[in-house]
Design a protein around this ligand. Structure first.
Ligand code: ADP
Ligand code: ADP
Length: 220
């Protein structure tokens, strides 16, 4: 049976940061819907052109497009043992589509860590976030600075500030999250899978809490 972990949390909670570590520990590929969209924008694909309009405004890309993209990604060979999902599902329709996909893939969501962080911290985190061009590694100018300014510690590629990390778009993204994604917290809670993690702590402490949760679930 394939195993899937769904990471939940508002924009800036630390999903991508934690996913890089957990994916290695669990030997599951890190599938970030945002990273796949940004990759398509970089390569100027049709999907990228379509997604960009929504992303720039801080809105969600339509469900049908997002679901088709993830379906394609989850059926690739590197996902044969499952995956760590970061940023998908983000709406109730996406969560239902994931359940259907997993039925046909003989897979199961085994845990849903939910990283909670107050809004004021999210704004500060996103305003200071620097992202690597090559593979989406993230840094923070104050909380997690790179060794060399403007350069990724892991692959040496250039660091940039995402267009949608501007203050006005961030506020919109947090509102969209509250409206469209918080219902999933209840959905996974009802399924007995949700585990809340206090995301205000430093990065290493959050990692330790996440690993403890996954160990308790006997997922590691
Ligand atoms: P998400 O994927 O949930 O949007 P990221 O992992 O990209 O969040 O983190 C957002 C920003 O906050 C990044 O700049 C990251 O370095 C920083 N960050 C992540 N976790 C923490 C933490 N526990 N404390 C302080 N800053 C953090
Ligand atoms: P963050 O890590 O800060 O939460 P993401 O990289 O996950 O941001 O997402 C950036 C943007 O990509 C979103 O604002 C949205 O426009 C689009 N996006 C990412 N994942 C999804 C999804 N599952 N459904 C719809 N849109 C998405």
């Amino acid at each position: 049976m394939r195993k899937y972990i769904v990471l939940l949390g508002p924009p800036g909670a630390g999903k991508g940061t934690q996913a890089k570590v957990i994916s290695e520990k669990m030997n599951l590929p890190h599938i970030s819907s945002g990273d796949i969209f940004r990759e398509n924008i970089k390569n100027q694909t049709e999907l990228g052109k379509l997604a960009r309009g929504y992303m720039d405004k801080g809105e969600l890309v339509p469900d049908d497009v997002t679901i088709a993209m993830i379906k394609d990604r989850l059926t690739r060979p590197d996902c044969s043992a499952g995956a760590l999902l970061d940023g998908f599902p983000r709406t109730p329709a996406q969560a239902e589509a994931l359940s259907d996909m997993l039925k046909s893939l003989d897979g199961r969501v085994i845990a849903v860590p939910y990283i909670s962080v107050p809004e004021a911290d999210l704004i500060e985190r996103l305003a200071g976030r620097w992202t690597c061009r090559a593979s989406g590694h993230v840094f923070h100018q104050k909380f997690n600075p790179p060794q060399k300014a403007g350069q990724c510690d892991f692959d040496g590629s250039e660091l940039y500030q995402r267009d949608d990390d501007k203050a006005e778009t961030v506020t919109r993204r947090i509102r969209v999250y509250m409206e469209q994604t918080t219902p999933l917290v209840e959905f996974y809670q009802a399924a007995g899978l949700l585990r809340e993690v206090d995301g205000r702590n430093p990065i290493e402490a959050v990692t330790a809490s996440m690993l403890a949760i996954l160990a308790e679930n006997k997922t590691i």
